[in-house]
Design a protein around this ligand. Structure first.
Ligand code: BES
Ligand code: MN
Ligand code: ZN
Length: 492
């Protein structure tokens, strides 16, 4: 998707589709009003008839627009004329983008920056419009023999001359974010036989070659052995694909302490010996969405040249059954020295993350955030709307929740009180890797908390948000938006 700034009057916009807002109470927005004069009142008539009420989420395509330069007009409900809330603006951005997609319109000019949103500025509106457009226009057809092979779609953002500089600057960020999200989605959508741990490592290396500020290092299983990463290696035992520990060091922020992002990179999770049921198991190719979001956000930061220090750490492996695979009851020693009884080989995410988290301490991080498709229980608790957030630091948690709200990529906090820790007790080792059915997401978080005591840490469980199931199956690119917003906000 390509974005550009459009100056000039709405009726002068040459495009396949001009998008304008209509408000509740049968009121046209300024751009709708301007073009309506050239359309001899066509918009006012359909609004008066009640064909579109103007609620955020409403859309109506006028397929003919003789009298203006655009070929068509998409009317979009923009709520109350005196201003709407953030959630409604996000909703109208999404429905406009969805309408373009369903009408197969790849080029459009939007005037929706003129809608007043309470508590948010122009840059925020640019971010929402572009994110919705890029998200809806995305397709993954790398493996279709008849791929659409089409040129990227184009969205122009109409704005007043005085705003053009601000919109242009906001677009720079928006493009970087859109590219990072696309990379994350592509990686996640690739099948497990293509997107292996080595493929993730290659992708990271390519980025390292492209950006001088990004240094990439890949540790092999031998290196993990020397570091004592017994937990991570115990998951890799059942796989013929070699595990990788990928680190991506982005230096854009002088000598300040880095933010470390740790992303779960299980490129296929069969459950291992504690094998999963067959139905829907294909979706476990998405078990590397944490890794994909880390790689995507690193790409966005590097592309933008963001003034920050951020390190991405990705433990990558498959989880498969094999004669050499870990078995229930096996006990392993993590890099931290703590021993773990593996009661269920399907709770593999925490096993690879705990060693990556211990490893992360060497960077003397300002904060560490891990991102993982960690528990089915999180899907039950929060569904597809919010990622689960757990943290050992209230300020960090608040900052991440705020970034989620701003970006429309929301999270919701769950407690990781000491009370839950006893569920992980084991008679044979320092801890078990599962804590029973109750509070499954929380006990997973509590497990990780035992490896993060030396720094400020947060955990995002993205099992429900990272991809959609059913007929719209595919990666969502979340939580790249949340992370990018958090980091850019930190950068000031
Ligand atoms: N990758 C899964 C979590 C998952 C399940 C994500 C369904 C999205 C949808 C993870 O490795 C896993 O298998 N977790 C187990 C943990 C259990 C054994 C304690 C789960 O959630 O069932
Ligand atoms: Mn699993
Ligand atoms: Zn998993």
């Amino acid at each position: 998707m390509e974005f550009s700034v459009k100056r000039g009057q709405p009726h002068q916009q040459k495009t396949a589709c001009l998008i304008v807002g209509v408000h509740t109470g049968k009121a046209l927005g300024p751009s709708a009003n301007e073009i309506d004069k050239h359309l001899r009142g066509a918009i006012a008539r359909v609004v008066k008839r009640g064909d579109i009420a103007g609620k955020p989420g409403d859309t109506l395509l006028l397929p003919d627009a003789s009298g203006i330069e655009a070929e068509r007009v998409l009317l979009v409900g923009a709520g109350r004329r005196d201003g709407i809330g953030a959630a409604d603006y996000i909703k109208l951005c999404r429905s406009a983008a969805q309408a373009l997609r369903s009408h197969r319109l790849r080029n459009a000019v939007t005037t929706l920056l003129e809608v007043t949103v309470k508590g948010h500025d122009l840059a925020w509106k640019v971010a929402q419009l572009t994110r919705a457009a890029a998200t809806a226009a995305y397709r993954f057809d790398e493996h279709k023999t008849k791929s659409s092979g089409s040129v990227p779609g184009r969205l122009g953002l109409a704005c007043a001359d005085d705003d053009a500089a601000a919109v242009r600057e906001a677009l720079r960020r928006a493009r970087a974010l859109a590219e990072g999200m696309k990379l994350a989605r592509d990686l996640a959508n690739r099948p497990g036989n293509v997107c292996t741990p080595s493929h993730l490592a290659e992708t990271a290396r390519d980025l390292g070659a492209r950006f001088t500020a990004l240094e990439v290092e890949v540790l092999e299983e031998d290196d993990m052995e020397s570091l004592g990463m017994g937990a991570l290696l115990s998951v890799a035992r059942g796989s013929r694909q070699p595990a990788k520990l990928i680190t991506m060091n982005y230096r854009g922020g002088g000598d300040e302490k880095p933010v470390v992002l740790v992303g779960k990179g299980v490129t296929f999770d069969s459950g291992g010996i504690s094998i999963k049921p067959g139905a829907g198991m294909d979706e476990m190719k998405f078990d590397m969405c944490g890794a994909a979001s880390v790689i995507g956000v690193m790409a966005a930061l590097a592309e933008l040249g963001a003034p920050l220090n951020v390190i991405g750490v990705v433990p990558a492996t498959e989880n498969l059954p094999d004669g050499n695979a870990s078995k229930p009851g096996d006990i392993v020693t993590s890099m931290s020295g703590q021993t773990i009884e593996i009661l269920n080989t399907d709770a593999e995410g925490r096993l690879i993350l705990c060693d990556a988290l211990t490893y992360s301490a060497r960077y003397e991080p300002a904060v560490v955030i891990d991102i993982a498709t960690l528990t089915g229980a999180c899907v039950v608790a929060l569904g597809e709307h919010a990622s689960g957030l757990m943290a050992n630091d209230d300020e960090l948690a608040a900052d991440l929740l705020a970034a989620g709200e701003r970006s429309g990529d929301r999270a919701w906090r769950l407690p990781i009180w000491e009370d839950y820790q006893q569920q992980l007790d084991s008679p044979f080792a320092d801890m078990a890797n599962v804590g029973g059915r109750a509070a499954g997401s929380i006990t997973a978080g509590c497990f990780l908390a035992r490896f993060t005591r030396q720094y400020r840490w947060a955990h995002l469980d993205i099992a429900g948000t990272a991809w959609l199931s059913g007929k719209n199956k595919g990666a969502s690119g979340r939580p790249v938006g949340l992370l990018f917003d958090y980091l850019m906000h930190r950068a000031g």
